[in-house]
Design a protein around this ligand. Structure first.
Ligand code: PLP
Length: 408
């Protein structure tokens, strides 16, 4: 049986572990070495040069230093590459470190202009708008991509489903509009279980591995899956800037991958029921969930993405005051940023994850984002029901005059 024929569920359990039996071990080996013995100066120097310029370890060479290469990290990368149908993957200390490396690596081509399809995660939007990496960004909507591409455009970046509105972006259409320019898809919300951007024509799929890939709220990491040439450029940037994933984080991420398909499908099944239920609540004026009938106007569920996923955003009739009351009143949901964990989370994007976004692209102050976990659906609904009742009563008493403070 060749690895290519394996179902994604089997890959999630076995990819990056193929040699374990021959090594005589069953669990993933964890190598925490910060430095590695060198056979001799000549081989050590050559090994250093290959790794620091983005190459793969020399046969019979040394890994030299853990900022350049780590075998536990490399195993996780192998697994992600397989799940994303990519040649290679490169893992970073966070999702933002991965995106930063992608932008810094553009310097090699001299094409430092980026077309960014909004909405994006607040941190990505902030990084692009800041100019910190030396790139110039043009923000646009999906149908504005063709008009925004210039001769010096190095990449187009998009998120689908987008954060926090859960809008689906037609990846094939953006790839066509981008022409020769590579398209990078932030696949954090969909995960490779539901969407494989490279199969849709994208050049790269990247993740905040902190979210669904890790899945247990105990690790920060990022990963980019792409062709071998681009991966080498990213490894070079990673080696120079020092953004490699920690091996213990790689171990936890790889361990979490085994249950990724099960987690995503169970969380999605619960989210579908909760999204439907939320539409019946008087306190909720809009439910953003990428499922039929209203959340998928272009018919992308089933053709681009295998299911709607487990993220839901809602807009509250009582505006910011109701959002504030709701996030304080939940008992089973945790009021916290991040997403994709086994436990359910709730947060207010305009105040938190999207706080640094320029005002014209900021989410509504009435919008609250939910990440549905693995608790029983009925318990999550009961918690939201009691918290929405409090939020509805509070905002009815006139507290809805309150608006968000603008400290940022
Ligand atoms: C969280 C997140 C990021 C940033 O990842 P970190 O691991 O927090 O650095 C990027 N994109 C999306 C869609 C995210 O949700």
């Amino acid at each position: 049986m060749t690895p290519r024929t394996l179902h994604p569920d089997s890959l999630a359990v076995h990819a990056g572990r193929e040699d374990l039996t021959s090594l005589g071990v069953h669990a993933l080996p964890l190598d925490l070495s910060s430095t590695n013995p060198l056979p001799d100066i000549e081989t050590g120097g050559l090994s250093y040069e290959v790794l620091a310029t983005g190459g793969l370890p020399l046969e019979g060479g040394s890994h030299v230093y853990a900022r350049l290469w780590n075998p536990t990290v490399a195993r996780f990368e192998t697994a992600i590459a397989r799940l994303e149908h990519a040649e290679e993957a490169v893992a970073f200390s966070s999702g933002m470190a991965a995106i930063t490396a992608v932008l810094l690596s553009l310097g090699e081509s001299g094409k430092r202009h980026v077309v960014a399809v909004r909405p994006l995660y607040g941190g990505t939007d902030h990084l692009l708008a800041s100019g910190l990496t030396g790139v110039e960004a043009t923000f646009c909507t999906p149908d504005g991509v063709a008009a925004s591409v210039r001769p010096d455009t190095g990449l187009v970046i998009l998120e689908s489903p987008a954060n926090p509105t859960l809008e689906l972006v037609d990846i094939r259409a953006v790839v066509a509009a981008a022409g020769d320019v590579p398209v990078v898809v932030d696949n954090t919300f969909a995960t490779p279980v539901l969407q494989r951007p490279l199969d849709l024509g994208a050049a790269m799929s990247l993740h905040s591995a902190t979210k669904y890939l890790g899945g247990h709220g105990d690790v920060v990491g990022g990963v980019a899956a792409c062709d071998a040439r681009t991966a080498a450029a990213l490894r070079r940037t990673r080696a120079i800037t020092g953004a490699i994933l920690h091996p213990l984080a790689a171990y936890l991420l790889h361990r979490g991958l085994a249950t990724l398909p099960l987690r995503v499908r169970a969380q999605q099944a619960s989210a579908q029921i909760i999204a439907e239920w939320l539409t019946t609540r008087p306190e909720v004026v809009a439910v953003h969930y990428p499922g039929p009938p209203t959340g998928d106007p272009h018919g992308l569920i089933g053709t681009q993405q295998d299911g709607p996923g487990a993220m839901i955003s809602i807009e509250l009739a009582g505006g910011f005051a109701a959002a504030s009351a709701l996030t304080s009143a939940v008992e089973l949901f945790t009021h916290a940023v991040s997403l994709g964990s086994v436990d359910s989370l709730i947060q207010h994007p305009a105040a938190l994850t999207h706080r640094p976004v320029q005002s014209e692209a900021k989410p509504s102050e009435a919008l609250v984002r939910l990440s549905i976990g693995l608790e029983a659906t009925e318990d999550l609904i009961a918690d939201l029901a009691q918290a929405l009742s409090i939020a509805g009563a509070d905002s009815a008493t006139g507290a809805d005059q309150a608006t968000m403070s603008r400290a940022y």
